[in-house]
Design a protein around this ligand. Sequence first.
Ligand code: FES
Ligand code: FES
Length: 165
Amino acid sequence: MSKKYPLTMTVNDESVELSVTTHKTLLEVLREDMNLTGTKHGCELGECGVCTVLVNGKPVLSCLMLAPRAHNAEIKTIEGLAEGPILDQLQSAFCKYGAAQCGYCTPAMLLTAKALIERDTTPTVQHIQKELSGVLCRCTGYLSIINAVGSVCGLGDNCTDNLNA
Ligand code: FES
Ligand code: FES
């Protein structure tokens, strides 16, 4: 039987103490040990980006991070983005712009955009496109997602009109 180790993290502003085997990834701990299934399970190879969560404010592929490396870290998952019943402005914009279809990429898109906006409140549309490019969306064609993020950043309703200008 694999040995277990204590793991202390802050997840969505709450301190948690767990006991995990060293081979478990942060993705597995969030989904299986904490039932935070908003973080999606995709390729597990670091290619699709849908497992992205924020670790100490930065987007991280949780499928590639062994859980013990998150000891004492601050984790934000999609479950922690809204303030109770009040949606984050990015979530509201995704609703307004129809930026989610199947929704599988949406948690990762939102968290990646959140980290970008917290770093840079006035990104260009090209910057938004580049930041989100690590998360694969099989449904939307990306334009509605980028327009939603752009609207929150003061770039107007259809900032992707400027992408090929
Ligand atoms: S599940 Fe695809 S990058 Fe993590
Ligand atoms: S909305 Fe379906 S993968 Fe992006």
